[in-house]
Design a protein around this ligand. Structure first.
Ligand SMILES: C[S@@+](CC[C@H](N)C(=O)[O-])C[C@H]1O[C@@H](n2cnc3c(N)ncnc32)[C@H](O)[C@@H]1O
Length: 239
């Protein structure tokens, strides 16, 4: 039996180093985001709190994003496990010229946006099991240390047309279903700076094939290719 060096994020590795293991700033940022969520999530989906590698991908992309022009955007925030980790990692408050835009209904997935398959499967399952209350007050509290984090409650893509940055450097898309995710990517593509990264949270997750196929088409139409990561995330880099 190999000695695993990482068992989380839905995968195990051996014979490889864990690249962030010595990154104390990352570990502190992840802990500060995840630990307060234990009483809220542990009894429902505890594996959600073991996504360090996913979080590190978001943090890496955010550090890269600081080298180019644009704001930070997350579509699909919930309690902000990943974006709060990222904000702490890059010390967002020390970059007052950058805003972190946080779009979510904060009340779950709009049923009218689900495809028939999503309504029968993961979309409805998520609403019943994970999104059972209005989490906006908790999210606001969690982002209070970052004055340049801006929460935008409401349904994507409608809210994007009400308030959105002109330039984007980091775009994290994590809404569990296809329609608003593709709409967000289409909305922001022209605003994404060259070198900007889109991170697709659910890209290779089993049960999320509609999203994967739609994003393969989205990328191909723009001369790009999605990089699938073992975390299940997909990465699109704008040339
Ligand atoms: C998987 S959670 C996001 C998790 C988050 N990125 C994290 O790090 O923990 C998905 C979120 O997407 C939101 N959502 C789904 N469809 C949406 C839409 N059309 N507009 C706004 N929010 C949406 C849900 O309310 C839910 O909070």
């Amino acid at each position: 039996m190999p000695k695993f060096t990482h068992v989380a994020d839905r995968f195990a590795i051996w014979g490889l180093n864990v690249p962030y293991a010595r990154d104390e700033a990352f570990k502190a940022a992840f802990r500060a985001s995840a630990v307060p969520l234990i009483p809220l999530i542990q009894h429902k989906t505890p594996e959600v709190l073991r996504i360090e590698w996913k979080a590190y991908v978001c943090c890496w992309a955010a550090r890269q994003a600081l080298l180019i022009e644009g704001d930070f955007v997350e579509c699909g925030v919930n309690y902000g496990l990943l974006s709060r980790t990222t904000a702490a990692y890059i010390d967002l408050a020390s970059h007052p010229d950058r805003t972190l835009w946080l779009y979510d209904t904060f009340q779950g997935i709009p049923t009218e946006q689900m495809s028939a398959r999503e309504a029968k499967g993961l979309g409805t399952w998520h609403n019943r099991n994970n999104y059972t209350e209005d989490v906006l007050p908790i999210a606001r509290h969690r982002f209070a240390p970052f004055p340049n984090a801006r929460l935008v409650p409401g349904m994507v893509p409608d809210t994007l047309h009400e308030a959105a940055p002109a330039r984007v450097a980091w775009l994290h898309i994590d809404m569990n279903i296809t329609l608003p995710e593709i709409a967000a990517a289409e909305f922001f593509w022209d605003r994404l700076s060259p070198g900007g990264v889109i991170i697709l949270d659910d890209y290779a997750y089993a049960g999320h094939e509609e999203q994967m196929l739609a994003f393969q088409d989205f990328a191909a139409a723009r001369g790009a290719l999605v990089l699938p990561l073992p975390t299940g995330q997909g990465l699109i880099v704008k040339a």
